[in-house]
Write a protein that binds this ligand. Structure first.
Ligand code: F0G
Length: 418
């Protein structure tokens, strides 16, 4: 029903721990036999399970388990991830220049990023296989997510993170869950290279090169579609770093259509930060990806050699989508607007809205298009960035009232704000 294949040369693999094709070295991917799946049963099961008390059923990932690689029920490690809201975004819509917009906020997951949907599957599989240690390279969110799920599974966790390339909030969160954090003198790409050289039969490597991660993350597409009665939007905008998530969402939408849950798929627009945009460049030039030394304030997507770029390219092509990049200043502006919608997100997430604004401005996305921006991480993931952003607003944030009547001051202030 679901087979592990090479994503490039199509060879079928029976080693469930493998991370790369033994024949051509490319990434592996699960392939669903859509013909064996009844869409009405998937929809009905997913709805019914929401009301159940079984922990698997209460997960927005595992309630779609007919579409996932099989994992023994006893091994399933869940924190009730997956079911995140689709929120109206009136200020974001006005900023981007579209009539209406919604945010799919994957930062509302248990460790506050989209990684949890993938991590529950990767760690559950590793636990079923008897792994004792999980390891990853990370700009912070994979680290926190792995640390939490490994802790729940009784496994130890080791993180390789670029020194200075990960927000202090994410380091603290990861340490709280008990992981061992190693600072790497280099960038994310150096850290990932080291992790990929490990033997996956002895440690669980849980970066998105692990196909179980992708299977979990694809359920975000189902959670999005389900909240729209399985009607796909015209466009889905998402930030791109290592490009696992673009691969996963694209796969989720394609499978939803193949099964008959959705009639069509949305066009995917992957948005990179200008200083970390090798995929956007390869797309524009219709060329192979050339790695770069990445530099951007959006530290989560400071990645110059994205591992999943071929998978992501296939998904963007299959959806008639596009890839672009936006500057750090555009990301900062968009992030502030998302905050004003009462939602908020970390810097990398706001690339989605900044990218939408650019595509509307150049006519690629119509004003009346039906668009969803994917927000990948919570506003509290990078409080240092937010504090820097607001430093110039300090008079509001730090007004100290001395020597005048506080009630009088408040009345005046409220009058000007009404
Ligand atoms: N947004 C956030 C908040 C992220 O943390 C990441 C990646 C991305 C977007 C990009 O997703 O890599 O699948 O294209 N963070 C990874 C990490 C690299 O280590 O937490 P991608």
């Amino acid at each position: 029903m679901i087979a592990l294949r090479c994503s490039e040369c199509d060879v079928v693999h029976d080693d469930v721990d493998a991370l790369a094709c033994g024949d051509c070295g490319e990434l592996l991917a699960f392939e669903l036999d859509a013909g064996t799946i009844d869409p009405d049963a998937v929809d009905a099961n997913a709805r019914r399970r929401r009301a159940s008390l079984d922990p698997r059923d209460r997960s927005g990932v595992w309630r779609f388990r007919e579409l996932l690689p099989p994992v023994d029920a006893d091994a399933i490690t869940t924190l009730r991830e997956g079911d995140v809201p689709l929120l109206d975004a009136p200020r974001g819509a006005a900023f981007a220049g579209v009539d209406r917009l919604a945010y799919l906020h994957l930062g509302m997951n248990p460790t506050a990023s989209f990684k949890d949907a993938g991590m529950t599957v990767a760690i559950s599989h590793a636990r079923e296989r008897g792994a004792r240690v999980a390891v990853c390279a990370s700009t912070g969110n994979t680290a926190a997510s792995m640390a939490a799920y490994a802790a729940r599974a009784g496994m130890s966790a080791v993180v390789l993170a670029p020194v200075g390339g990960i927000s202090p909030a994410k380091v603290a969160q990861t340490l709280d869950y008990g992981a061992h954090v190693i600072g790497v003198e280099g960038d994310f790409d150096d850290a990932l290279r080291a992790v990929r050289a490990l033997d996956p039969a002895t440690v669980a490597v849980v970066n998105s090169v692990n196909p179980y991660r992708i299977e979990g993350q694809k359920t975000a597409a189902l959670v999005l579609l389900e909240q729209r009665e399985w009607r796909a939007p015209d466009w889905v905008m998402l930030p791109g770093g290592n490009l696992g998530n673009a691969s996963a969402l694209g796969k989720g939408f394609r499978e939803a259509r193949a099964i008959g849950l959705a009639e069509r798929i949305p066009r995917l627009a992957v948005v990179q930060a200008a200083g970390a945009a090798p995929f956007a460049r390869a797309w524009r030039e219709n060329a192979e990806l050339v790695s770069v030394r990445a530099e951007t304030d959006a530290s989560a997507i400071r990645i110059g050699a994205p591992a999943s770029w071929k998978k992501a390219r296939a998904e963007v092509r299959a959806s008639a989508g596009t890839v672009l990049d936006v500057t750090d200043a555009e990301i900062a502006e968009a992030r502030a607007v998302i905050g004003r919608d009462g939602v908020g997100c970390e810097p990398a997430s706001a690339a989605s809205l900044a990218g939408l604004r650019a595509l509307v401005a150049d006519g690629s996305v119509a004003r009346d298009a039906d668009v969803v921006c994917v927000l990948t991480g919570h506003v509290l993931k990078d409080t240092a960035y937010a504090a820097r952003y607001h430093a110039s607003d300090a008079p509001h944030a730090n007004a100290i009232v001395r020597g005048i009547d506080l009630v009088e001051y408040l009345n005046l202030l409220l009058l000007t704000r009404a």
